[in-house]
Design a protein around this ligand. Sequence first.
Ligand code: NAD
Length: 456
Amino acid sequence: MKSYETLINRQKNFFNTHKTKDLSFRLEALTTLKSVITTHEKELMDALKRDLNKSEFDAYTTEIGFTLKEISFILRHLRSWAKPQKVKTPITHMGSSSYIYSEPYGVSLIISPWNYPFQLAMAPLIGAIAAGNCAIIKPSELTPHTSKLIAQLINDTFPEEYIFVEEGGVETSQALLSENLDYIFFTGSVPVGKIIMEAAAKHLTPVTLELGGKSPCIVDQDTNIKLAAKRIAWGKFLNAGQTCIAPDYVYVHQNIKDAFLEALKTAIQELYGEHPIRNNFLTHIVNEKHFNRLTTYLSDGTTFIGGNTDRDHLIIEPTVLTDITWDDEAMQDEIFGPILPVLEYNDMDSLIEGINNSPNPLALYLFTENKDVQNNILTNISFGGGCINDTIYHLATPYLPFGGVGTSGTGAYHGKSSFDTFSHKKSVLKQTTLFDIPFRYPNAKNALKRIKRFLK
Ligand code: NAD
């Protein structure tokens, strides 16, 4: 196994010069990153096309534009976030004042997946830079063109002792993980998340784990069926369903099931045409292994719409399955592809109980105008984040932290949360020397009696 000790020591030495903590250094690095991305937009689009057949529209909105917007937002706010934050001080601490200092951890390792190969490597990097860390990025081996371009752009722009991209697969990842790092930010699957946490535990390295799982989408009776179907079709089939927060399956109220399925059919046809298999803009499945995994689900239940595949081009049409039960293959694991099982329900309480008996979802979507139903779901199901009457959109705002809970992840990022995630919050109390409250000391007269007035 290759050793990364030298690289990590070089980054630690550079970090110890304190240059990365300087606010103007961070702002300059972010501005440089933004300009590199803007200059190479076309090459990035080409790489994403070659790896996944992403359309220019998808490549820009979900990868390049998303990243640029995140940098702009952080550039606008970093000055104020980076300042020590003054907080209240209790009366028991009379004379002193309290501050929270945000300090970088040091050398952070960012391991990213293939589904949004550019954005999911860059968004954590932006947080790492903003907080003043050094960073090593290990992009996904399954999207080689994008990963190669990321390595080329970053390694040509930044000195290796500050930011470095190392391409490679599992072995590279494990070799990096065996080193003593200061922070690990991992995006990927639940089983690999467990491996990452185990490796981090050896050095007590703090982690963020952005994982996955089955994200439910509930369509209640009291909803605009047509709009719900359109927003669900968009969120599910975007990137061929290879989105960590894509609706994994739909639970529709039995009274509106038929109308909803018809609206879903119309929405899919509007988005992808009468014969989606012939649509040149469909994102491909990442590789044959995933294609084979996904096509086994096509024999579950009844195919309501779609179901056609093209093995040569790794395409699976947007597909909706009905007559599905929890014993079916498609319901055992996260689908992560363009296949949407639609199940029906008539009792909200047993639906909630069912979801709560499964691992915590990364996302949950609820379509209803009924406020009581909204409150019932929001209060009684734990999930990473989600939307009422929409899908995916909660991820695309820098004002909402994005992350999972339980098996769907630990920690969150985006916007200020990215800065916070890559910063240790150092609490500091500044005490006066002008006076000294006597009853804090046990030998003061009536110390216990007086202290009891404050500590109750
Ligand atoms: P993955 O876990 O297989 O791989 C992710 C990264 O980990 C890759 O860089 C890979 O090289 C590395 N890796 C793989 N096996 C490893 C091992 N044994 N030891 C160390 N490193 C290893 O995930 P993937 O297939 O690339 O991505 C799909 C998964 O990621 C889905 O489960 C999806 O839900 C999840 N995901 C989550 C988010 C999120 O933000 N929460 C975003 C995108 C994808």
